[in-house]
Ligand binder design. Structure first.
Ligand code: NAD
Ligand code: MG
Ligand code: MG
Ligand code: MG
Ligand code: MG
Length: 337
């Protein structure tokens, strides 16, 4: 049976009426949620350090601010929207000692709960609202009267209000206009990590780099290889995004299509699939999380070295020069969050 997609009419009117929302972490997600919820008529406060970047952004956005501990004290729903790796400290130092009895702790990603970085107080609801898009899109779609589809989940319902709180918050953020899909903390966390590692960020990047390297090592000009293996990927991804694999097949040439179906499975093979399965198992059994936490505790030396190697790779040098000529890339974007 297909998953239920909840929209605005499915959400109890006044689901979070009168509940004060504190947003802790005013970055990509926090900035969008705070403004959307405020524009939806909710009582929102951004918990930010006076004079810091979050404080400056919130002030510019007209969102009320308070020091993080003060913001937590009055709140019924506390959204923890800092980077995942600092959430444990933020919870221990700021939220646990100040949260009022029966308040809800709200996440946009389940990492801290699934890998037990945070054990919420017994009296608190634990809920999740995860828009399937970056913060600037979440804000922009809301302003257009639309919304980004969002996941929601209830991990712990102590007060009997947890589900209404998650759905009401998601609605105020525009998510119910886009459509709400119910999940669990475990499903959201494990699928999010798997997708970004195996397919979106990790898999796609390696496919591009190794394709580029194959052409360059065979003696082709790196600039030509760059266009074929990186630049044109956007055209293909846009077709996937707009109409799935069928739309991509519809728009490419017969020759491209024959080559795609004949050669694609020879590049991404059963062996690749077996590696994907291993990666998923390491996410499920906590190996990935333990490695990432240990890496953070060690000051991220391996992480920095890997990123440096990517930054210094030939495809990056070649691409930077070619992109200078792409005038459409150099039109100013809205100020980054
Ligand atoms: P971000 O890095 O854009 O912003 C984090 C904010 O937290 C910044 O304003 C930063 O100054 C602040 N911060 C950092 N350390 C802090 C501390 N010790 N105390 C208080 N504030 C601190 O983060 P983000 O990408 O918005 O991610 C927030 C959460 O949303 C994460 O759980 C992430 O997994 C999840 N999420 C992100 C996206 C996305 O597209 N960015 C999508 C879905 C879910
Ligand atoms: Mg994701
Ligand atoms: Mg993620
Ligand atoms: Mg081509
Ligand atoms: Mg072609």
């Amino acid at each position: 049976m297909a998953i239920t997609i909840y929209t605005n009419e499915d959400i109890k009117p006044g689901a979070i009426a009168g509940q004060r929302i504190a947003i802790i972490g005013y970055g990509s997600q926090g900035r969008a949620h705070a403004q959307n919820l405020k524009d939806s008529g909710h009582d929102v406060v951004a918990g930010v350090r006076h004079g810091g970047t979050g404080w400056k952004h919130a002030t510019a956005d007209g969102v009320p601010t308070a020091e993080p501990a003060e913001a937590v004290k009055g709140a019924d729903i506390i959204a923890i929207l800092t980077p995942d790796m600092v959430q444990g400290d933020v919870y221990r130092d700021i939220i646990e000692p100040n949260a009022k009895e029966g308040s809800a702790l709200l996440f946009a990603h389940g990492f801290s709960i699934i890998y037990e970085r945070i054990t919420p107080r017994e009296d608190m609801d634990v809920i999740l609202v995860a828009p399937k898009g970056p913060g600037d899109l979440v804000r922009r779609e809301f302003q257009r009267g639309r919304g980004v589809p969002s996941l929601f989940a209830v991990e712990k319902d102590v007060t009997g209000k947890a589900r209404d709180r998650a759905m009401g918050y998601a609605k105020g953020n525009g998510g119910a206009t886009g459509g709400l899909l119910e999940t669990t903390f475990r499903e959201e966390t494990e699928t999010d990590l798997f997708g970004e590692q195996a397919v979106l960020c990790g898999g796609a990047k390696e496919l591009v780099i190794q394709g580029f390297n194959t052409l360059v090592e065979a003696g082709y000009q790196p600039e030509i290889a760059y266009f074929e293996c990186l630049h044109e990927l956007k055209l293909i991804v846009d077709l996937f995004y707009e109409g799935g694999i069928s739309k991509m097949h519809h728009f490419i040439s017969e020759t491209a299509k024959y080559g795609a179906v004949a050669s694609g499975p020879r590049v991404v093979t059963e062996e690749t699939k077996a590696r994907m399965k291993t990666i998923l198992e390491e996410i499920q059994d906590g190996t990935f999380a333990r490695n990432w936490i240990a890496e953070n505790e060690a000051g991220k030396p391996q992480y920095e070295a890997w990123l440096k190697a990517d930054r210094e790779s030939q495809i990056e040098q070649v691409g930077a020069r070619l992109r200078e000529r792409m005038a459409w890339l150099n039109t100013p974007k809205a100020e980054a969050a």
